[in-house]
Design a protein around this ligand. Structure first.
Ligand code: FES
Length: 111
């Protein structure tokens, strides 16, 4: 089980949920009614699943692929600890994960 904490863009805690190993963070976020569009449903074509990961937790995640980095380059409000929620798989080693919603997103599909 991973305890996932979703924070609003202003940093306040919105929801704390338990998720199973093997779940995608995007699916956990949707189940927790988080405002992540995930327009491409996880095929890395939109960047609307962008989340800002708490620095301590960011270091525990496997590094982003080149494709993910390329999409993050064009996402809105990107920070050094930004990730795509569709690319984060929860593992049993990951006891907790805190993420914050960015103040907005940009959908690059259909351009
Ligand atoms: Fe589109 Fe993650 S859902 S890039």
């Amino acid at each position: 089980m991973t305890l996932v904490r979703f924070h609003k863009a202003d940093g306040t805690l919105d929801k704390e949920v338990e998720a199973k190993a093997g779940q995608r963070l995007l699916d956990v976020a949707w189940a927790a009614s988080q405002p992540l569009e995930g327009a491409c449903e996880g095929v890395m074509a939109c960047s609307t699943c962008h989340v800002i990961v708490e620095a301590e937790d960011f270091a525990k995640l496997p590094p982003a692929s080149d494709e993910e980095e390329d999409l993050l380059d064009i996402a809105a409000h990107v920070t050094r600890t930004s990730r795509l929620a569709c690319q984060i798989m929860l593992t049993k080693e990951l006891e907790s994960l805190s993420v914050r919603m960015p103040p907005g997103s940009r959908n690059w599909m259909g351009r």
